[in-house]
Write a protein that binds this ligand. Sequence first.
Ligand code: GAR
Length: 217
Amino acid sequence: MERLKVAVLISGRGSNLQSLIDACAAPDFPAEIVLVLSNKADAYGLVRAAEAGIATTAISHKAYPDRESFDEALHAEIVAAGAQLVCLAGFMRLLTPGFVGKWHDRMINIHPSLLPAFKGLHSHERAIEAGCRFTGCTVHFVRAEMDDGPIIVQAAVPILPGDSANELSDRVLAAEHRCYPLALRLVAEGKAVVDGAIVRIADAASPQDALLNPLAG
Ligand code: GAR
């Protein structure tokens, strides 16, 4: 089986990276990670990658005069590693339209909200403050606008009375760790096909029931 070669871009602890590393460890998983790239040399995700025997590179954005030249350096590393798909996993730098265009329909991102709600930072605080009963996470193809692009997989996660942002973040993170490997598998198998602004999933079983929160008044 030919596995899709993937570069994962991170900036921090790399728990989503770990979920992808664990998924790729299965012999029948259709993707393999060929490079983990961080803009921060002290990102713990680099340790996770090294422990899994994956090539790592740190490229500090501070070493470049502008976003364009930083993104060109990223692109060169990704191409040199032979990657066919880019996975953003807590990569906290905005990417230039030029870079995003080079990886059109070949770059995916995970965001901790039910997009298109709560793009950007502090999504959990904002969902709690808005009184939402649910939030969640989204894996989507990347477009030039931040946290925008055709949606591949979402998970809905309930917000419970008295939740702190940290408690909610932990609950959503557990869902992220299920969503990202699923989305990567669907993309690598060619089952997630972009059709305009949406993604069509081949052979997908779908839940039919509504989730209610609260369950009773
Ligand atoms: C994750 O919650 C991810 O969804 C979020 O950063 C965290 C990274 O955690 N990404 C964004 O907010 C992108 N807009 P991790 O390093 O443990 O995977």
